[in-house]
Structures are given as structure tokens and as C-alpha cells.
Design a protein around this ligand. Structure first.
Ligand SMILES: *[C@@H]1O[C@H](CO)[C@@H](O)[C@H](O)[C@H]1NC(C)=O
Ligand SMILES: *[C@@H]1O[C@H](CO)[C@@H](O)[C@H](O)[C@H]1NC(C)=O
Length: 364
């Protein structure tokens, strides 16, 4: 099905029970799409640099309050007591690098996040104020196996500064042409306004990051030394959004949900071309000093309670932020879940260097 059709139905499905029924009769795909408010912004990375405070660069984190300098490698849902996500059984943590604007005088300012683009009408799309939109897609034929307690993974390569042609449509930045997502309903990373690096010109409505994770698992290891070897792309290559049709390789035979992050960066206060570099290049940086965007990456620590995610993935036809077999929480409850900042740094000041990037060579 065309993404635009799906999107239209998904938006309507929030409001119209009859359309919801229509959607459910399609019966082959579940696409959970739900907001998670910010749980903390901190210079920690319990996946790649556990125990290190500060870690090498700044992150923005959503999900459960089990997020910590070091996190349990067993069941995270036993450590956390609340979550910022729409589904109250989801104590997972999702995080990415932050985006910064670099002024002509060399100072940096953190770019804040907007909530979701307003395609969807639920509270976690319209009232989230920042945070991340998280997607889990389960597409048949065949079984999709939800992640297990202790599972974690990483996607992307922070050291990359050139496009990876093999990863087309997996990791991108969309240039919103106007407010309210600029009306661009192309599938993530498949539209004409999607760039594999930072967009070269000002984006009137902000910039949206989409980060897709691999969809195959070795079925054994919950993690691996680089947090990637236990996962893989289908034999036919990376699955585009909503398309899990490809078979998994024999080394990684288990089909897992397609996880995608969507983050909307409010770059609009920085759109004055006179403040951009005189050579015409674009002024945005990821928090580890990447001015290309090609090193964009995402971190995931699974933390759903019990079978809650598997039940959702099996519930064929669930769309958006509601699913009859899954529990929701009110937006105010989600927003009240917070983790205190461990590495005390001013996140909103103009800075002479990116946090962690001043004295040492970049470290991953
Ligand atoms: C984080 O870890 C420390 C040290 O183990 C612990 O004292 C603290 O309670 C944890 N914080 C949270 C929010 O879990
Ligand atoms: C650098 O430029 C920005 C944007 O014009 C300004 O707000 C900031 O105060 C300047 N910083 C210094 C150190 O001059």
C-alpha cells in the first residue's frame, strides 16, 4: 500500500471508528507509532560507554526512568517505575545525538526538538513538546519476534563522514518546507526532501531525522561487542520503512520488529542565511562534531514489560498510538516521568565548543 494512503487512514483512524475497522480488516501490518516525551538530556551513554560520566558526547533520551550511567543488562522494566511513552508498559530507552547550530563567531547552541509533525491527532503527537516519535512495524507474512529482556542495539556509524550507498532509505534528514511538516507525506527517507546528510539550505519548518534499525536478529545474543553484530539486514538489503518482506540471512534468521526513530529539530530560529557560514555551507552539527550528518546513529535498550510488545506485534492491524491489546497512559503522566541530570552542564547556553569535544580527539 502507498504510504500516503496508509498515512491518511492512520490519521483518520485516530478519530473514526469505522476507518479503524477498515484498517483492521487489512490485517497484515501493525504499525505502532507513538510519542515519548524527553526523559532527560545528558552526556551519558549506558550502551556504548557504560559507567562513563560524562560520556564522549551529548544525547537526548526518551522512555523509562531506568536510564542511568550504567543500566542493568537484565530486565529494564524491573528497574524503571515510569515512562515518558504513550504505552505505559514500555520502559525501553531510545536515544540519539543532539543537534547544534554553529554561529559565524564559532559558538554553538543546542537545537531544540519540536513535537511530532501534526499528521496524527493523539496527545502524544500534538502535546509532546520535544521527545521522539517511535515506530515498531510488524509486517507479515511470517512471524515477527519481539525483542527479549536485556536486548539492546545500535545503528549507524558516528565516524562516517560520507554517504553509505548501501544504507539508502535507512537514515536521513527531511527538510520541512513549511510549518506542520510542510505537508510532505512521502514515506520516511523516500521523499524528494529527504537527504542522507544535513540539508544544504534552510528548512522553513525544521529538520526531521529518521533512523531505521536492522530487522533481523541472530536469535541468541541480546547484545554484541559493537552492539550491531547480533543484528543484520535482510539478504536482499535493508528493508525500507513498512516493508519487511525480505528474508533474513541464515546467520540472523529471526525477524524482529522494524524500529524507527523520528526526531523533529526546530532549526527555524537559525534560518537566517546571514548567520550561516560565509562559504555557503550548512551550519548544523551532531553533538560529536559531525557537520555532515552521515554519522547519525541511534541507541536502543529494550524494556517492555513481559510480553507487552509481542502482544502488540501479534495484534495485526494496530495503527498509531493505540492498540486494543496495549495499555496507554495520559500525556501528563508521561511528561511527569523524569530522570535527573547526572552530568551537570548548561544545555541551553551559547558554548565555545561542543560538550566533550574541546580537549580530546573524537572518541566513540
Ligand atoms: C542510578 O544508578 C545509581 C548507582 O547504581 C543508583 O544509586 C541510582 O539510584 C540510579 N538511578 C536511577 C534513577 O535509577
Ligand atoms: C556568537 O554569536 C551568537 C549569535 O549571533 C551570539 O548570540 C553569541 O553571543 C556570540 N558569542 C560570542 C562569544 O560572541
Amino acid at each position: 500500500m502507498l504510504w500516503t494512503t496508509l498515512l491518511a487512514f492512520a490519521a483518520a483512524a485516530d478519530a473514526l471508528p469505522s476507518v479503524n475497522k477498515w484498517w483492521k480488516r487489512q490485517g497484515s501490518t501493525t504499525m505502532l507509532r507513538f510519542g515519548c516525551a524527553q526523559v532527560v538530556i545528558d552526556r551519558l551513554d549506558p550502551l556504548v560507554q557504560p559507567g562513563q560520566a560524562p560520556s564522549s558526547h551529548m544525547h537526548q533520551i526518551v522512555g523509562g526512568n531506568g536510564f542511568n550511567t550504567t543500566m542493568t543488562t537484565s530486565d529494564v522494566s524491573n528497574t524503571a517505575s515510569c515512562t515518558t511513552c504513550a504505552f505505559s508498559d514500555d520502559f525501553s530507552n531510545y536515544w540519539t545525538a543532539n543537534v547544534y547550530f554553529k554561529a559565524r563567531n564559532g559558538s554553538y547552541k543546542r537545537v531544540k526538538q519540536l513535537g511530532a509533525a501534526k499528521q496524527f491527532s493523539d496527545d502524544y503527537s500534538t502535546k509532546i513538546d520535544g521527545g521522539v516519535l517511535v515506530y515498531y512495524v510488524s509486517a507479515q507474512p511470517g512471524k515477527i519476534t519481539a525483542f527479549k529482556p536485556g536486548f539492546r542495539m545500535f545503528v549507524g556509524d558516528p565516524t562516517r563522514r560520507t554517504a553509505d550507498p548501501n544504507l539508502k532509505r535507512q537514515n536521513c534528514f527531511r527538510c520541512y518546507s513549511g510549518p506542520n511538516f510542510g505537508g510532505d507525506t512521502a514515506a520516511p527517507c523516500q521523499g524528494t526532501n529527504d537527504f542522507t546528510g544535513f540539508p544544504p539550505s534552510p528548512c522553513a519548518g525544521g529538520i526531521r531525522s529518521n533512523i531505521l534499525f536492522p530487522t533481523c536478529w541472530d536469535g541468541v545474543n541480546l547484545d554484541s561487542p559493537d552492539h550491531k553484530q547480533h543484528i543484520a539486514y535482510p539478504s536482499s538489503g535493508p528493508a525500507t520503512f513498512l516493508n519487511l518482506g525480505g528474508n533474513c540471512p541464515s546467520t540472523h534468521p529471526v525477524r524482529i520488529p522494524q524500529l524507527m526513530y523520528e526526531v523533529v529539530w526546530d532549526t527555524t530560529p537559525f534560518n537566517n542565511k546571514a548567520d550561516w557560514p560565509a562559504d555557503g555551507s550548512q551550519p548544523f552539527y551532531l553533538s560529536y562534531g559531525d557537520n555532515t550528518g552521515y554519522g547519525q546513529h541511534g541507541d536502543y535498550v529494550f524494556g517492555w514489560k513481559g510480553d507487552a510488545l509481542q502482544i502488540g506485534m501479534d495484534a495485526s492491524g494496530c495503527m498509531g498510538a493505540k492498540c486494543k491489546t496495549m495499555k496507554n497512559q495520559a500525556i501528563d503522566q508521561g511528561k511527569s516521568c523524569q530522570v535527573s541530570v547526572k552530568v551537570k552542564e548548561d544545555h541551553d547556553a551559547w558554548l565555545t565548543s561542543l560538550p566533550g569535544m574541546d580537549s580530546m580527539p573524537m572518541q566513540m
